[in-house]
Write a protein of this length. Structure first.
Length: 451
């Protein structure tokens, strides 16, 4: 465990002890990681503490950069994914460690995909399946975590088309950096690593790219971002990126390379995006198919009355609208925008009307999420939906007091439940593991090489 060797300052703790233990564990004479893969696959019930899986995955990532582990990292990643998807009750795992294990698997699979591209497809399918289990959970905490994972899923399947660099001391560094055409295939970004390029007005060729950072004698590697000259290799500015943030180009907190002209820049990303692809194709299309086939939008709207759920539903709705809306005329776009505003109104009352609480009216029927019509019947569908929206608005106005009463009752129910749980905890009826609430520690590191 990293927290056993790192203290509150860089001068305390002994990270070398951890590195030496990992190296000895993975040595060819011991084959510790091969045995670990077998144990996770054959006896997953032994790994009931998900924080243990987190630390084992971190060690596997670190060891894979400096040791020849053959198939062990692939077997460990696949066994861990199978273990989590085969788990009947994910609510026994703290969400903070579920996130860390998912993120560890993502980092490990990206590393492995350089030699085994299909492993990234396996991870993406696992991620979607895990998220579906979470949003169907009876636990409010795990459901909210699943909704956040949907946002991460959407972000992970696309890249900004360009970044705009501003405010750098070197004026020629400022400007628009476009995604390199070398990483684009059939309209998708086909590589897990990517580069943005620009040519300044004075003819300098510049790149914005992630770089793998290593420290001599150490096993751990991170990804930092650099603004550099693509012809001379001179680095102008860099960002010491947290491992949890290396999926996206950082916009703030850039630093100057020694001798570079102050100040460091800030970045903005373009609103247009380009999809990623894996071995199974366009990730945006895969995510859209998963959401439609599993009625993810309907699950979100039909199971909650929480504002966080509504924000997540809007995030997903915007993605689905982008993926399912055909090329429209200006008149059709205006109607579509009107419908989008109406959908927001519906979302604000739909969870109340479709919840499993007391029936407001014996005459009421649950509203269903607005479907995505085909291109041929788009205008007709919009007109019908507008009429439906007007009816829903009149219905809402006539039931205002009843809805308010239901909201008040729901809040009182939640307060009563929380009070009961607190009393039970205070009297020792419920055993709460305080360690589950701790933040996962972040090791403090320094890097010296760019490779």
């Amino acid at each position: 465990k990293k927290k056993a060797y790192y203290g509150d300052s860089e001068s305390s703790g002994n990270p070398q002890v951890r590195v030496d233990m990992i190296m000895r564990f993975g040595h060819s004479s011991h084959k510790g990681f091969h045995h670990l893969a077998t144990r996770i696959a054959q006896r997953p019930s032994e790994f009931t503490n998900i924080d243990t899986l987190h630390y084992l995955l971190l060690a596997t990532i670190d060891a894979s950069f400096v040791l020849s582990l053959d198939e062990a990292p692939r077997r460990i990643s696949r066994a861990t994914m199978d273990h989590l998807l085969g788990e009947d009750d994910l609510t026994k795992y703290p969400t903070q460690y579920l996130y860390l294990v998912r993120h560890d698997l993502q980092r490990l699979c990206k590393k492995l995909s350089l030699s085994t591209p299909q492993i990234m497809s396996e991870f993406n399918q696992f991620w979607r399946s895990l998220t579906l289990k979470l949003i169907k959970s009876e636990s409010q905490e795990h459901k909210l975590f699943g909704l956040k994972e949907i946002e991460y899923l959407i972000d992970a399947c696309q890249l900004p088309e360009a970044y705009i660099v501003k405010g750098a001391g070197y004026e020629f560094v400022n400007g628009r950096y476009e995604i390199s055409p070398l990483v684009i295939s059939n309209g998708c970004v086909s590589a897990q690593t990517f580069t943005y390029e620009r040519t300044s007005d004075c003819g300098k060729k510049l790149i914005l790219q992630p770089c793998l950072m290593t420290e001599p004698g150490k096993s751990h590697c991170d990804v930092w971002f650099y603004l550099s000259s693509s012809t001379t290799g001179v680095d102008y500015y860099f960002h010491e990126t947290n491992p949890n943030e290396e999926q996206a180009v950082p916009l703030r907190d850039w630093k100057c390379i020694g001798g570079s002209k102050h100040p460091p820049p800030t970045l903005e990303q373009s609103s247009n995006t380009i999809p990623f692809k894996d071995e199974k194709g366009n990730l945006e299309k895969q995510l859209n198919k998963w959401a439609v086939e599993n009625d993810v939008y309907g699950i979100i709207l039909g199971r909650c009355i929480n504002e966080s759920h509504l924000r997540a539903s809007a995030f997903l709705r915007n993605f689905l609208s982008k993926m399912n809306t055909p090329n429209l005329t200006s008149e059709q776009l205006a109607l579509s925008n009107s419908l989008g505003q109406g959908a927001s109104v519906l979302e604000s009352i739909l969870p109340l009307l479709t919840s499993t609480g007391p029936t407001i009216s014996s005459q009421s029927q649950p509203l269903q999420p607005i479907p995505s019509p085909s291109a041929s019947s788009y205008l007709t569908a919009i007109e019908a939906a507008k009429q439906r929206l007007l009816s829903a608005q009149r219905w809402k106005e006539s039931m205002e007091s009843a809805l308010q009463g239901y909201l008040d009752a729901s809040r009182e129910l939640q307060a009563a439940r929380s009070s009961l749980l607190e009393l039970e905890r205070n009297h020792g009826i419920i055993d709460v593991d305080a360690d589950d609430e701790e933040e996962a520690p972040q090791a403090k590191k320094s890097k010296t090489n760019k490779s």
